[in-house]
Design a protein around this ligand. Structure first.
Ligand code: PAF
Length: 276
């Protein structure tokens, strides 16, 4: 596995590749990322992972400074998984000048995560477009845990006619069903036990929908009340049409339930698809 930090060296290295699959990450890698690498391996000869904690997608009040930076461990995991190339630029390489030319994402980016993290998807879309231009992959893999991000990446590719395909990876969970996330390492032991409640309330909504309950408002309210009663601060619980991410209607068949809530200092998100 090659670890490359310079854009020009990466371009030279990738010139000879006929098919490239790309997994962009911010490091702090876990089994969820490795499952995306495995999807990448099934879809191209050369698998490139990037590791870059992207300042542009963090608000000043957020956890940019304490975001896990575990480059050596990450590279070890990627190497063992058979990744071909790791691109880990520093900020000066990726942002040699102030990045004041930003991508304006579609209105769907202003709700849910965008409502609670203003500017988040501008930062994500901007860095991902840069990374796509640098790596020029044929496919790129994004996890379903960050469902809204996945949706916006699909729109980015579609609306800018980018010559690549976005592939979605399933959420990987612990044995007690906590969605794997780099931020799980912030949880105290007590919080770690409690953290699984987010999955449980989303699962309860899924079960209710599958069993004919379409009162989305009440379902979301119950979920929020249960979380809040156990010390969480809920940002949102939403039941949406899967393809558009607009609120689901009575007759929708394919939906997704999204949730984001804070437990202590840690903000967790999760998502579950449901079809009826
Ligand atoms: O999902 C992430 O880790 C980040 O948002 C991404 C896509 C690597 C962009 O910085």
């Amino acid at each position: 596995m090659e670890i490359i930090t310079e854009i020009s060296s990466l371009r030279r290295r990738l010139q000879r590749e006929s098919s490239i699959a790309f997994v962009p990450t911010m490091g702090g890698l876990h089994e969820g990322h490795l499952s995306l690498i495995r999807i990448a391996q099934r879809n191209a000869k050369c698998v490139v992972a990037s590791i870059f904690v992207n300042r542009l997608q963090f608000a000043p009040t957020e956890d940019f400074d304490r975001y896990p930076r575990t480059l050596a461990d990450d590279c070890e995991l990627l190497k063992n998984q058979g990744t071909n190339v790791v691109f880990s630029p520093d900020e000066k390489s990726l942002y040699p000048v102030r990045q004041d030319f930003m991508l304006e994402p579609p209105p769907v980016a202003n709700m849910l995560e965008g409502e609670f993290r203003p500017g988040f998807f501008r930062g994500v879309a901007t860095v991902v477009l840069k990374l796509f231009n640098i790596v020029q992959p044929h496919v790129a893999i994004f996890g379903k845990k960050d469902y809204q991000q996945l949706h916006i990446m699909r729109e980015l590719v579609r609306q800018f006619n980018l010559p690549l395909e976005i592939i979605a990876g399933e959420t990987i969970r612990t044995s007690d069903n906590l969605a794997l996330s780099s931020r799980n390492r912030y949880l105290s032991n007590e919080e770690r036990i409690e953290a699984v409640r987010l999955y449980r309330v989303l699962s309860q909504i899924k079960w209710e929908i599958e069993n004919g309950n379409r009162n989305s408002h009440a379902l979301r309210q119950n979920a929020k009340e249960e979380l809040d009663a156990h010390g969480w601060k809920t940002d949102y619980i939403a039941v949406l049409q899967r393809d558009t991410l607009v609120p689901a209607q009575e007759d929708d068949g394919d939906m997704v339930i999204l949730g984001a809530a804070r437990l202590g200092k840690t903000r967790l998100i999760d998502s579950l698809e449901v079809s009826i």
